[in-house]
Design a protein around this ligand. Structure first.
Ligand code: HEC
Ligand code: HEC
Length: 223
């Protein structure tokens, strides 16, 4: 019965995806207000959401992705996960067909359930992050940036160990290489534009294919 209940909305995928109206882009103020109003999440309830909506079938029992194309959620920052669910729901994030399942699921969750599942992932990151390789060719770009191209060091926002930064700034360390690579190309080419004021995309616009491949390799490290 339960499976049936959740398969019907998934069958409506095409319908939901076509009636979706794009919400206005985030301003710094609207994003701050939304994150401040984020409901308090409960990890135990979040685990039930994770199981009930089959999130585990793609994102793993504890949020460790089971496919190279699907992002890890374990130890991800709760405000980032919450914002992504809102962005999928409200039509801000739909960069390609891979996002469609997330659009459908996000439309089924209440904001309380989104906050709960975000709390579950934030707390399920007990595994040690492998240290980033300082001898990697991407290390200079990540830790020093490139002042000539006005590129701020990735680490200044995403943390020295890729553990994530302020507010919705996500953890990157340990993400599958293919996912990082794909989403960086989407930012660079303007197809992922759910960030407020291109606060992330502007650091991808000037990167070469080789640099994007290198940072994806750097942060995925553990493979
Ligand atoms: C059929 C596989 C599938 C299922 C089931 C699924 N996801 Fe996803 N999820 C994906 C894929 C693929 C992406 C990446 C989409 C993209 O590139 O926009 C994603 C992206 C995400 C992201 C953004 C992660 C990031 O790093 O930006 C979040 C958060 C997320 N999913 C949460 C959930 C939750 C919560 C559930 C259950 C309610 C769920 N997912 C169920 C496949 C799935
Ligand atoms: C000024 C701060 C800032 C800098 C500098 C920055 N980022 Fe980001 N990055 C962000 C924010 C904020 C997000 C979340 C965007 C959103 O809301 O989707 C993000 C998202 C990302 C994501 C998406 C993660 C996911 O799970 O989908 C990747 C990958 C990424 N950044 C890589 C980089 C790399 C590589 C660099 C350096 C070349 C960099 N970032 C520099 C702030 C920054």
């Amino acid at each position: 019965m339960r499976l049936f209940k959740h398969l019907i909305p998934i069958a409506l995928l095409g319908l939901v995806a076509t009636v979706q109206a794009d919400a206005p882009a985030w301003s710094a103020a609207s994003l701050e207000k939304t994150l401040q109003a984020m409901p308090a999440g409960d990890a135990m309830r979040g685990q039930r959401v994770h199981e009930q909506y089959f999130c585990a079938s793609c994102h793993g029992t504890h949020g460790e992705s089971v496919s190279r194309n699907w992002p890890n959620l374990a130890a991800q920052r709760a405000p980032y996960v919450y914002k992504m669910m809102l962005d999928y729901r409200d039509g801000r994030r739909h960069e390609d067909e891979r996002a469609e399942i997330m659009v459908v699921l996000a439309n089924m969750l209440s904001e309380q359930e989104m906050a709960d599942v975000a709390a579950f992932y934030a707390e399920s990151g007990e595994q040690e992050r492998a240290p980033l390789r300082r001898d990697h060719p991407a290390d200079a770009l990540v830790r020093k940036g490139d002042p000539k191209r006005l590129l701020t060091a990735c680490a200044s926002c995403h943390g020295v160990d890729g553990q994530g930064g302020r507010n919705e700034t996500p953890a990157l360390a340990g993400q599958p290489r293919e996912y990082l690579h794909r989403t960086m190309l989407l930012f660079r080419d303007g197809r992922r534009d759910n960030d407020a004021h291109a606060g992330m995309a502007q650091f991808a616009w000037d990167l070469s294919d080789a640099e994007i491949a290198a940072v994806a390799d750097y942060y995925s490290a553990t493979e």
